[in-house]
Design a protein around this ligand. Structure first.
Ligand code: LMR
Length: 401
């Protein structure tokens, strides 16, 4: 029956984890998937999450189904975290929110909703490059995926002129996907002034902005600062779509906690959108998992736990920044590795887009047991005091060829 089924390629990101697991060398390092590791290279369960677990256990919660759109209290608090207490549509009750299976699920719900209900266009513009899963998510949602310039190879920075030209050239009312902060894979974000310009172009061209915010808190260590782009667009009257993930900022990777929201015109429109979101979601997975949402809800809803969580997000962001400094110093000062490595320090969030090419990444895996995605992206969180020298020396050898 399945003889005509061709073998598919491994996933560009999660496939790296599979290759890493198969490697038996003790020096191996996984810098592929964007998952935080502590200073000893171990997965990290936040203390605030552990406390939330205790509170949950003590509350003797049951395992009933959630409603189709998830835990209402969590949805409210997730939206508050993203949009901020001053958000006019939030205060007006005009934001439709549903719990989602983390960021991927939020993007997929949004893609499916737009494909069915957005009346103006099926075209969605993604930055080039973008997270490897964006294209399949939106393509499988029934949208037509296109690109706008984002990364400038020459400056290893933002191609802002290219970005503006491409958004201006996009047909009016196209959908545009924006990474709210800590752009994945490049680690390069627009400045606040550049965001304001992007917002103006989106308005001029009547584009529909869809934000992916998978790293709120991870970019700067400050959840409000990282929400700048989202809040600025909303303050300018854009009715945005937003995908949120709590995988990274709460370390709830496998719990699959996220939210999808749409800013609507008024509470009556919101109620209609809510009803259609349910119709999109019910045949996909019925209703979302309960446990992770209860944890996130407990943290977001308790002042002391919230403060502790914010401190822990900052702690993770700061450790990543310290690894950036260390790696830059090793390559530039100690090893005198050919090339300019300043971008390792200036890039933001979980990743660094090193500039290593796919041949070099292959050599690094085969010779040095160092795993990263083929585009040269490394998860900075995979580095620590014990492995960073091996990593820097291996990169040095790969660059010197
Ligand atoms: C990543 O980019 O590594 C993360 O977003 C994890 C994933 O699912 O790809």
């Amino acid at each position: 029956t399945w003889s005509a089924v061709a073998a598919g390629p491994p996933d560009p990101i999660l496939g790296v984890t599979e290759a890493f697991k198969a490697d038996k060398d003790p020096r191996k390092i996984n810098l592929g998937v964007g998952a935080y590791r502590d200073g000893n290279g171990k997965p990290y369960v936040l203390e605030s999450v552990k406390k939330a677990e205790e509170i949950l256990t003590a509350s003797n919660f049951d395992k009933e189904y959630l409603p189709i759109t998830g835990l209402a209290e969590f949805n409210k608090r997730a939206a508050l975290l993203a949009y901020g207490a001053d958000s006019a549509p939030l205060k007006d009750g005009a934001i439709s929110v549903t719990q989602s299976i983390s960021g991927t699920g939020a993007l997929r719900i949004g893609g499916a909703f737009l494909a069915r209900h957005y009346p103006h266009s099926k075209a969605i513009y993604l930055p080039v490059p973008s997270w490897g899963n964006h294209t399949p998510i939106f393509r499988d949602s029934g949208l037509e995926v296109r690109g706008y310039r984002y990364f400038d190879k020459k400056t290893v920075g933002l191609d802002f002129e290219g970005l503006k030209a491409d958004l201006r050239a996009a047909p009016e009312q196209s959908i545009v996907l924006l990474h709210a902060c800590a752009h994945n894979p490049t680690g390069i974000d627009p400045t606040q002034a550049q965001w304001a310009e992007i917002s103006d172009i989106v308005k001029e061209r009547k584009l529909f902005p869809f934000f992916d915010m998978a790293y709120q808190g991870f970019a700067s260590g400050d959840t409000a600062r990282d929400a700048f782009a989202v809040r600025h667009f909303v303050s300018q009257g854009h009715q945005i779509a937003l995908a949120q993930s709590f995988a990274k900022n709460m370390g709830l990777y496998g719990e699959r906690v996220g939210a999808f929201s749409l800013v609507t015109a008024d509470p009556a429109e919101k109620a209609r959108v809510d009803s259609q979101l349910k119709i999109v979601i019910r045949p996909l997975y019925s209703n979302p998992p309960v446990h992770g949402a209860l944890l996130a809800n407990a943290i977001l809803g308790d002042k002391a736990l919230y403060a502790q969580w914010e401190g822990e997000v900052k702690g993770m962001a700061d450790r990543i920044i310290s690894m950036r400094e260390k790696l830059y110093g090793l390559l530039t000062n100690d090893l005198k590795t050919p090339g300019e490595w300043g971008h390792i320090k200036s890039q933001i969030g979980m990743f660094s887009f090193t500039g290593l090419n796919s041949d070099q990444t292959k050599v690094l895996a085969e010779k040095a047991h160092v795993y990263m995605t083929a585009d040269g992206r490394i998860s900075m969180a995979g580095l620590n005091a014990n492995n960073i020298v091996h990593f820097a020396e291996s990169v040095d050898a790969a660059v010197k060829g």
